[in-house]
Design a binder for this molecule. Structure first.
Ligand code: NI
Length: 152
């Protein structure tokens, strides 16, 4: 009877997709600049973010993962796994770094919040899938008032 109950619970839970979110933080420098534009053009488009000697932000990163709940653990994915993955693949390359110069996965890309969100998705997607889950959203908050969300 115990076995029967377990099967029944699994079937009920199969259609239920849960979203879980892990927040990480990083502080980093960057500059938005297009080399073949004049200084005036760069400042007109990028404003303070074009400051030649860099500037920094305290970023908040929110990664939301979705999937069915494992009937044994009750987890979508282990949040320790998600936290370790983000530290290994993302945060160590961004925190206290210059995104334009130091971050391998941002090489030859504009260090905009949009591009950072997409690059973070690409850094972690295969490992999330290997756990039977999917990324729902990568949200990167650059300032109190500005954030980007990428849904794949
Ligand atoms: Ni900026």
């Amino acid at each position: 009877m115990k076995y029967g109950r377990y099967l029944c619970a699994s079937i009920l839970e199969m259609g239920r997709i849960i979203h879980i979110t892990r927040r990480e933080r990083f502080s980093a420098a960057h500059k938005l600049w297009i080399a073949d534009w004049s200084e005036d053009q760069n400042f007109a488009v990028f404003g303070k973010c074009a400051n030649p000697n860099w500037h920094g932000h305290n970023y908040d990163l929110f990664v939301t993962v979705k999937g069915p709940v494992d009937p044994k653990t009750g987890f979508v994915v282990d949040l320790r796994f998600l936290s370790d993955l983000l530290k290994d693949k993302v945060i160590q390359f961004l925190d206290h770094k210059n995104i334009n110069l130091d971050t391998p996965f941002m090489k030859d890309k504009m260090s905009s919040t949009e591009n950072i969100a997409v690059a973070i998705w690409d850094q972690i997607e295969s490992e999330i899938k290997s756990k039977g889950a999917d990324i729902h959203c990568v949200k990167v908050q650059e300032t109190e008032n500005n954030y980007v969300e990428f849904y794949g």
